[in-house]
Design a protein around this ligand. Sequence first.
Ligand code: 13P
Length: 246
Amino acid sequence: MTAPKALVAGNWKMNGLTASKKEIEKLQSMISENGANCDVLICPPATIIGLLSGKGVEIGAQDCHMNISGAHTGDISALMLKDLGCHYVMVGHSERRSDHGESNDMVKSKAIAAQQQGLAAIICVGESDAERENGETLDVVTAQIKGSIPEDAIVKNTVIAYEPVWAIGTGKTPTADDVAEVHMVIRNLLMDRFGDEGEMVRILYGGSVKASNAHELMSVLNVNGALVGGASLKAEDFYGIIATYQ
Ligand code: 13P
């Protein structure tokens, strides 16, 4: 079995207005001129998903509700995202887990909702600073993986993003050896879960990825792409990470 095609995904978080369409168009022209040897995804705020066309760049979402419709003021369902042309949705980002108290069970329910609508769920995991200091990284990540992947998930609709919470937006990154260790544990869990096909599930690394460190991080065994926050907001910065795969 070969390695999966890499995915470089941008998570815009709560950034981006209607004018950000121009930034996506800039990225699309950079990709059409210079190429991209990986899949490229942007997850903008839900308010502008419908304005963006995905030529050369997939458009995805940052979260979805666990139900398809109903009395859930302010929430957005996977069906609505599918209706807008999304093929991916992130679930269980650490900011959702901490800001909104999302448990592994809730993350799993959201992933089920996404996968039932034909979307791929990007299931995010990662340890906090305190957990890392206590030597709990592998236990925390293992529990998150086991608790968040739906029973009916298949390789095609599952992406894992390992994002150590302490590396998000801080400019700090784990060493390549640390990333390799965690990604190997995740890969083994995926192989336990999916058999040999578990090799084909993409495991993204996220947390302070930028053009200057992308090559080192993306070269680590079992790193099949990146989930990028701050450095995905500007087309030039983001393309610098995409170009790692040229
Ligand atoms: P930064 O790349 O800004 O550290 O954010 C990472 C992240 O949370 C992506 O989901």
